[in-house]
Design a protein. Structure first.
Length: 228
């Protein structure tokens, strides 16, 4: 994966160097930014070529939340937030904005690399099939979703959650089962993060969002309704 490009955004030069040194061992091409404004400038210059962004929250000039908002207006590139704040509300807020993953400082560089590898593998995974679920067309090869022939932008995590729901069409899925299968590791936060993602997915799907049913006391179920 030597052609993979990663943008590392952190105002601490030692932190950027640490991350860069570990990721370069994997052959990734690393871009660096010391603040939010510089990050947006680099992203704009390489918008269609960036494969992942590691984004610090607290930065001068423009914080990570502001950078995230602006990038999500034009791109669904996987974004991992680096934060010293591990509070639940902060994580829920980030997921609302389109964060794909959180890594709380201090962290093990080896764990960070493993998380990055896992996200990149999921984002480029090729299943070579296209399926239509009541007007929701999912191209698993290109990881794209269209609703009534109009492409919608989903973050990596939103896409994976929607894909998991449709792959289990008609089956009631508990929040714990969704966390274990979509997040792919033991998530110790509140399961409300799922509710936050579901809310955003429903909004993006428009009228088709009603296919995602809330199962009181259980979780969620995807089931296409016959509207005729």
């Amino acid at each position: 994966m030597s052609d993979v490009k990663i943008l590392v955004v952190d105002d601490e030069s030692r932190m950027r160097k640490l991350i860069k040194d570990f990721l370069k061992v994997k052959g990734y091409e690393i871009f660096e930014a010391a603040d939010g404004e510089e990050a947006l400038k680099i992203f704009e210059e390489h918008e269609n070529k960036m494969d992942l962004i590691l984004l610090d929250v607290m930065m001068p000039k423009l914080d990570g939340w502001s950078v995230l908002r602006q990038i999500r207006q034009v791109s669904s590139v996987p974004i991992v937030m680096l934060t010293a704040r591990g509070e639940e509300q902060d994580e829920l807020f980030g997921f609302e904005l389109g964060v794909d993953e959180y890594i709380t400082k201090p962290f093990s560089p080896k764990i960070l690399v493993a998380r990055v590898d896992a996200i990149l593998k999921r984002s480029v995974k090729s299943e070579k099939n296209i399926a239509d679920y009541g007007g929701i067309v999912i191209n698993a090869d290109g990881r794209t979703v269209e609703v009534d022939s109009k492409k919608i932008d989903l973050s990596l995590r939103e896409y994976e959650l929607l894909k998991y729901l449709v792959d289990n069409n008609g089956i009631a899925l508990s929040r714990d089962k969704i966390l274990n299968n979509v997040w792919n590791y033991d998530y110790y936060g509140d399961s409300r993060t799922i509710d936050s993602h579901i809310k955003k997915i429903r909004h993006k799907l428009g009228r088709k969002g009603r296919y995602i049913h809330t199962m009181r006391g259980v979780g969620y179920k995807f089931e296409v309704e016959d509207t005729k």
